[in-house]
Design a protein around this ligand. Structure first.
Ligand code: PLP
Length: 413
């Protein structure tokens, strides 16, 4: 395997790519016998933790009926119904297999519906690894131009550079710039994470999402919320439920199936029906794969108010504990976000408002911290995100706080 991994995002910076044997609840066990409290959670999906019994039972029972039919199943209809019941804007939906793909489907629909070409995205917002959106996702600010007129920064060698011609990149959380650009009338879609969670865990400023919604409606621009991280995690109905703003289309992945490769696109019936009668193509051999659908239905049925309450208590206690540890050690750090996913940035003494603020965090110090935590039995992402599941109970949180206290003490020394 190139680099010993199967995704560039698993090329761990420290100490080496780990090899895991099993996962259970809040814990991962590696082949060397180490037990780690897991805050990667598969990079976000495992909101029920590792190996939840209801999901395991549903999957085992489905596999006895067969694997792939290239036709419709009752379990896929059940999963689809659950998505439409939970997601406020979901008049119609379709399943896909990855977040990257359904983001492409959403942008294609928007282009078909508006007859326009350009998509507007924001610095630091990640919408998958395909050529037309892998722009301005990594902190390379020296190449990014002025804050109020960013220059798109390419994400990968080999990427088609002319895809930038179909893209406009702006800073997020700045309504004035967005409104002015949309007024030119040539943007097919605005795509954004309604709370910026791939990088950081940045809240929209008060009134921002409402203002974006209004500007999109006024200019005939399709508003796409990329809820691949926020969907089913911030609330059963995602960021759109939490903030009360309705996009035209939204995309989901990760927590929708607690670790199975499932994604979804949902939204306005007139747009979604363009897949049926509007000449817009969407496909995928593995879309709505029955075993993955059993996992989806089992996951979505588990998303009770009690589950969010439980994660809320644990996530708040963990953030409060981290703040106290950093403050009493005299370490400048910002701990911000949501109980279900938050972000820790060393070297920032106030919460980031956008990607450029975040880029000022002390990354080498944070990587040293996650390495120190790893040696104390806690696995946290080097980019600063902390994902929680319903299995992170008070005991797990206390153990994590003890590890953090000790790691900070060592690094200060
Ligand atoms: N959108 C967001 C906000 C994401 O965080 C990700 C993945 O991390 C994607 C899209 C792409 O999803 P996938 O990795 O399933 O292709």
């Amino acid at each position: 395997m190139s680099g010993g991994v199967n995704s560039n995002f698993r090329l761990n910076i420290s100490p080496t790519p780990l090899v895991f044997e099993r996962g259970e609840g809040a814990y991962l066990y590696d082949v060397d016998g180490n037990k780690l409290i897991d805050y990667y959670l598969g990079m976000g999906p495992m909101i029920l933790g590792h190996k939840p019994q209801a999901l395991v039972d549903a999957v085992k029972s489905q596999i006895d009926s067969g694997i792939l039919f290239a036709g419709q199943t009752a379990i896929e209809a059940e999963a689809a119904r659950l998505v439409c019941e939970l997601v406020p804007s979901a008049e119609r939906m379709r399943f896909g297999s990855s977040g990257s793909e359904v983001d492409q489907a959403a942008m294609r629909l928007a282009r078909a519906a508006t007859g326009r070409t350009k998509v507007l995205k924001f610095e630091g917002h990640y919408h998958g690894w395909f050529d037309n959106v892998l722009w301005s996702t990594a902190p390379a600010l020296d190449a990014a131009g002025p804050a109020d007129a960013p220059v798109p920064v390419i994400g990968s060698k080999g990427q088609l550079k002319d895809t930038a011609d179909t893209l406009v990149v702006l800073p997020w959380n700045n309504l004035e710039l967005l409104t002015a650009r949309l007024a030119e009338g040539d943007i097919a879609a605005v795509i954004m994470e309604a709370a910026m969670c791939n990088q950081g865990a940045v809240h929209p400023l008060p009134g921002y999402l409402e203002g974006v919604r209004e500007a999109c409606t006024k200019t005939g621009t399709i508003l796409i919320f990329d809820e691949v991280i926020t969907g089913f995690r911030l609330a059963p109905g995602g960021a759109q439920e939490l903030f009360g703003v309705t996009p035209d289309l939204s995309t989901f992945g990760k927590a929708i199936a607690n670790g199975f490769p499932v994604a979804a696109i949902a939204g306005r019936a007139d747009l979604m029906d363009m897949f049926t009668s509007g000449g817009v193509v969407h496909g995928g051999t593995y879309n709505a794969q029955p075993i993955a659908m059993a996992a989806t239905a089992a996951t979505l049925k588990s998303l009770t108010p009690a589950l969010y309450k439980k994660i809320g208590v644990a996530g708040t206690a963990l953030q409060d504990g981290f703040r106290e540890i950093f403050a009493s050690a005299g370490v400048a750090a910002s701990v911000v976000g949501f109980p279900q996913v938050f972000h820790v940035a060393l070297g920032l003494d106030k919460p980031a408002r956008d990607f450029r603020d975040l880029a000022k965090m002390n990354r080498p110090a944070y990587i040293a911290l996650t390495t120190a935590l790893m040696y104390r039995g806690v696995r946290a992402l080097e980019r600063g995100a902390w994902f929680l599941s319903s299995e992170h109970d008070a005991g797990v949180i206390n153990d994590t706080l003890a590890a953090m206290r000790d790691a900070v003490r060592e690094l200060k020394a």
